[in-house]
Design a protein around this ligand. Structure first.
Ligand code: PEP
Ligand code: MG
Length: 579
């Protein structure tokens, strides 16, 4: 029992912050007995199959409706996709042939077909398809229960103060959770970017994921503490531990309330320097979380999610609608929208991407868009049309060569001319900037700055490309460190280069939301910080306590140091005095 230590501690990944104390509800699969041999005719088995599918469809439609109310159209669309998958004709005829060939029951054929198809998807390298395998199993389970006339556990009707522990939560499970009764969830598998983790963050529901095999060692109604700040779960805590965590929870909630007071305040440092604090979003639905946390703008809208949620390329009108919602939602504050950043670890089900040895160094982001210019053109047109409704800024990802900017600009200018000819209005002063995430730009920042309207530092990629450390490889995760002096030096070069070239520079990589990095970035002269909604108030609070001159001196000191740990120690000392 490696997972449980002496003090009953389970370790996992913090996926959505918070602390919860409650009773475990073990969400286990029903152990269905699936018989192979059928005593019915083929027609009767087919009838059961179709009836089961109708039951599943009805449930999915209810969940879709529920999600629409709670989380909006974007998340509800996930279930529209599930319904389409459920009604897939190819899948149905595969099951149909199995029933004929094997003379087996509908449930046996269904189970086998779903398993084969889901395994095939799960074995693909691609993170997107791996996640679709989960969706398919989710749909298959509902269908199977429908065929066998078994009730699915209803997560909307759990006892108060429940903590759900599951192997995996599918989006349909997460959407059903009733927030009045469920305090948190824990899953054996899954990572921070799984759909359910993203939904937990939007719901502000604490979650710890990827804890490994625990279900068989836990019991229903056991008391659990979920510390989703540190990614820990404590089983059967003693009174003293409970007391400690009740206090921690109180402090967390109190701090959350206090931080709310900063919502309408601008981030102005002690010496009077105003800094922009913006939010990162993946869909118009995430706007709520940015506005409620006091973000005065969007520093990164990752539009590829809009592309990933569909079964084909979103049309110009579909894109226009999404961008317009965001532009209007921010009421005149800047909204920085990034053109599609596909490739690397993100793919599209309807677009063939080559199998590559090094996808992060391969056909990705702007490279795809310049080769398939119709994609970029449609997106530019949609963005330009939406620019009439707010302050949209457009940003190109993964730039490493000035030629790329010039080519994209030429397409952009053509799109503007087309719209003028068509008599469609847009913001004539719209800015076109670039993500700076390759060392190539850092070395020659001033020259790149002269070719575009703004920079935004993508530290997630800048770190991996500067250090030659794959951002998704667990084996070398310890080497992936933005505090490495080389990365900090690259950031400094980018900020100085932007200013020399007369443009502003923001940061939208994860580092911008790192509380310990704020003083360094402020000292280096970063103009805007962009991060997830939850981090906004904390970063604002720190900025308000800083003095520009002191931070500049801190930067001078750390750039003379040799290692990431020396730098972290220096910053820690500095932050002690701030607190
Ligand atoms: C980055 O690289 O820092 C960034 C913000 O882009 P993404 O994480 O989407 O690659
Ligand atoms: Mg990036």
């Amino acid at each position: 029992m490696e997972w449980i230590m002496k003090n009953n501690l389970i370790k996992g990944i913090p996926a959505s912050p918070g602390i919860a104390i409650g009773k475990a509800f073990l969400y286990k699969e029903n152990n269905l007995e699936i018989l192979e041999k059928s005593i019915l005719s083929k027609e009767e088995e087919l009838e059961r199959l179709i009836k089961g599918r109708e039951v599943a469809k009805k449930q999915l439609e209810e969940i879709k409706e529920n999600t629409l109310q709670k989380l909006g159209k974007d998340k509800a669309d996930i279930f529209e996709g599930h319904i389409t998958l459920l009604e897939d004709e190819e899948l149905f005829s595969e099951i149909d042939s199995k029933i004929s060939e094997k003379k087996c029951t509908a449930e046996f054929a269904l189970n086998e077909a779903i398993d084969e198809y889901a395994n095939m998807l799960a074995n693909l390298e691609d993170a997107y398809f791996k996640e679709r395998a989960g969706d398919l199993r989710d749909i298959g389970k509902r269908w199977l229960y429908g065929v066998m006339n078994v009730q699915v556990v209803d997560l909307s009707k759990l006892e108060p103060e429940t903590i759900i522990v599951a192997r995996e939560l599918n989006p349909s499970d997460t959407a059903q959770i009733n927030l009045e009764n469920v305090l948190a969830f824990v899953t054996e598998i899954g990572g921070k970017t799984a759909h359910s983790s993203i939904m937990a963050r939007s719901l502000e529901l604490p979650a710890v994921v990827g804890v490994g095999t625990v279900l068989e060692n836990l019991e229903d109604n056991q008391i659990l503490i979920v510390d989703a700040l540190n990614g820990e779960v404590i089983v059967n805590p003693d009174e003293e531990t409970l007391k400690t965590y009740r206090e921690k929870r109180e402090n967390f909630l109190k701090e959350k309330e206090e931080l709310k007071a900063l919502k309408d305040k601008e981030a102005v440092s002690k010496d009077g320097t105003k800094v922009d604090v913006w939010g990162n979003i993946g869909s118009p639905n995430d706007l709520k979380g940015i506005i409620s946390n006091g973000g005065f703008g969007i520093g990164l809208y990752r539009t590829e999610f809009l592309f990933m949620e569909k079964d084909s390329f979103p049309t110009e009108d579909e894109q226009f609608e999404a961008y317009k919602i965001v532009a209007e939602g921010l009421k005149g504050y800047p909204v920085t929208i990034r053109t599609m950043d596909i490739g690397g670890d993100k793919s599209l089900p309807y677009m063939e991407l080559p199998q590559e040895e090094n996808p992060f160094l391969g056909w990705r982001a702007i490279r795809v868009c310049l080769d398939r210019q119709e994609i970029l053109k449609t997106q530019f047109r949609a963005l330009l049309r939406a620019s009439k409704y707010g302050q949209i800024k457009i940003m190109l990802p993964m730039i490493m060569d000035i030629e790329e900017i010039r080519k994209a600009k030429a397409i952009f200018e053509n799109c503007k001319n087309e719209l003028r000819e068509e008599g469609i209005e847009f913001d004539e002063k719209i800015m076109l900037g670039i993500m700076v995430e390759t060392p190539a730009v850092a070395f020659r920042a001033k020259y790149f700055a002269k070719e575009c309207d703004f920079f935004s530092i993508g530290t997630n990629d800048l770190t991996q490309y500067t250090l030659a450390v794959d951002r998704g490889n667990e084996k070398i995760a310890n080497l992936y460190d933005t505090y490495n002096p080389a990365v900090l030096q690259a950031i400094k070069m980018l900020i100085d280069g932007a200013h020399e070239g007369g443009i502003k520079i923001s940061m939208c990589g994860e580092f911008a939301g790192d509380e310990n990095a704020v003083a360094i970035l402020f000292g280096m002269g970063l103009d805007s910080f962009s991060m997830s909604g939850i981090s906004i108030p904390r970063v604002k609070r720190i900025l308000m306590k800083l003095d520009k001159k002191e931070c500049e001196k801190l930067v001078e000191r750390i750039l003379e140091l040799s290692t990431a740990s020396e730098i972290k120690n220096e910053v820690k000392e500095f932050m002690k005095n701030i607190a």
